[in-house]
Design a protein around this ligand. Structure first.
Ligand SMILES: *Cc1c(COP(=O)(O)O)cnc(C)c1O
Length: 401
């Protein structure tokens, strides 16, 4: 060991977000002073902060309609129901996603079908075709997990051929693009999360976007609009509500004006923040690629992702080696998440931990990819120097095993 410099210790938190912009803090204080925190508590024909957020996010997405609601998982639940899911209908989703996705399918009464992923973390199109054939209709809830976007033209085509309604979970692709088209505009509906660890931060929150007037009307009513739906920011024709307002249940999951008020200024900074994430990602990707034994996914040229996290593999690593490497890094302050860990901890993403579903399938390809997949969050409180330190620690960790 003599002569080799002691590896550094990293002392920043991987879960520390930036403070909210001053403009958001001022908007929050103003909202608190008004006392009108409920989205339907408006004066005269004032548009509430929640309604304004809906207008602004719909514009950002280039979509007709937006619904602001309680969480990303809630948006997925409402999206499935609003898009017409009936009890027991098949809903295909990626085997690699976060727990709220299968949870939303369960909550909406769908029947879960898991599709394999590739080593590039994209949907395995051949397996998708097989499931689509078996499903004969139903839904494909694609989750752009960790910002990896699949071949969307191919997916739209498969869904069209097999009569699958496409819904996009864009929790990790807010601000990303595929072939210059913004992620969330390929399917019937798209869902976003504004939970603290995503691209906009209101603690909790969800956004749903669509161009379909029937879907938005059902979504608004389901989210708990009572008969105050006309106070929403983006509205279809009133006749649609007249037809369904008494036959649509209220699943109370609205967004409040306080959260909307702090989201609006953040939305104006979203594209700039996406660029900042990508600077961190590119630095991490370049440095990790120089370490022996580390494999990085190849990103397709059509994809303009948002690098708010990075995935890499220790492809020939045994579970014991990976586990020792993670412990080494943790001791040096570098938090690495391992999707192949035996027991799920923290945020669960391993499909075999969703055991409330009967007969979970075995998905050997996904299991194999996840077995050696490691994951780093890249919060904007890090700078490129931090990335260099983190990667240095990882390099040391791999040399130790
Ligand atoms: C966070 C997340 C969600 C849902 O978000 P919540 O707002 O926490 O309900 C959905 N899908 C993925 C992939 C996520 O990471």
């Amino acid at each position: 060991m003599l002569g080799r410099p002691m590896p550094k210790t990293f002392d920043k938190s991987f879960t520390q977000q930036e403070p909210l912009p001053d403009e958001a803090i001022r908007a929050a204080v103003q909202q608190l002073q008004s006392g009108r925190l409920h989205r339907y508590n408006t004066v005269d024909d004032e548009l509430s902060e929640a309604a304004l957020l809906e207008q602004e996010f719909a514009t950002y997405m280039g979509q007709q309609y937006c619904l602001a609601c309680a969480s990303g998982g809630y948006a997925l639940h409402i999206a499935l129901l609003a898009a017409g899911l009936e009890e027991g209908q098949p809903v295909i989703t990626n085997a690699f996603t976060l727990a709220p996705v299968p949870g939303a399918i369960y909550n909406a009464g769908g029947s879960l079908k898991l599709v394999e992923i590739t080593a590039e973390y994209q949907v395995d199109l051949a397996h998708l075709k097989t499931l689509a054939r078996e499903s004969r209709g139903g839904f494909f809830l694609i989750s752009h997990m960790r910002g990896h976007i699949s071949d969307m033209e191919a997916i739209v085509e498969i869904c069209g051929e097999h009569d699958l309604t496409l819904i996009e979970d864009c929790a990790h692709t807010m601000g990303a693009r595929w072939n210059n088209r913004i992620s969330g505009t390929f399917g019937k509906v798209a869902c976003f999360s504004t939970q603290t660890y995503k691209h906009l931060n209101s603690g909790e929150g969800g956004l749903l976007t669509t161009d379909d007037p029937d879907i938005i009307a059902r979504g608004i009513l389901l989210s708990g609009s009572y008969m105050l739906y006309e106070r929403h920011g983006t509205l279809p024709h009133n006749d649609i509500f007249d037809k369904i307002k008494l036959t649509t249940p209220n699943y109370s999951g609205r967004m409040d004006n306080l959260r909307a008020a702090i989201l609006r200024p953040q939305l104006r900074r979203l594209d700039e923040n996406c660029r900042r994430w990508n600077l961190l990602y590119e630095r991490a990707e370049a440095a990790l690629s120089k370490i022996n034994r580390i494999a990085l996914p190849e990103r397709p040229p059509q994809e303009h992702h948002v690098g708010s996290s990075i995935q890499f593999r220790l492809d020939d690593g045994t579970p014991d080696e990976i586990s020792r490497m993670i412990t080494y890094c943790a001791d040096k302050g570098v938090d690495i998440k391992w999707f192949g860990a035996g027991e799920p901890h923290g945020f669960t993403s391993s499909y075999d931990s969703w055991q409330y579903w009967q007969d979970l399938p075995d998905l050997p390809a996904t299991r194999q990819v996840l077995a050696t997949t490691l994951d780093l969050r890249l919060p904007l409180t890090f700078d490129v120097g931090d990335i260099d330190t983190i990667v240095e620690v990882i390099g040391e960790g791999i040399m130790q095993i």
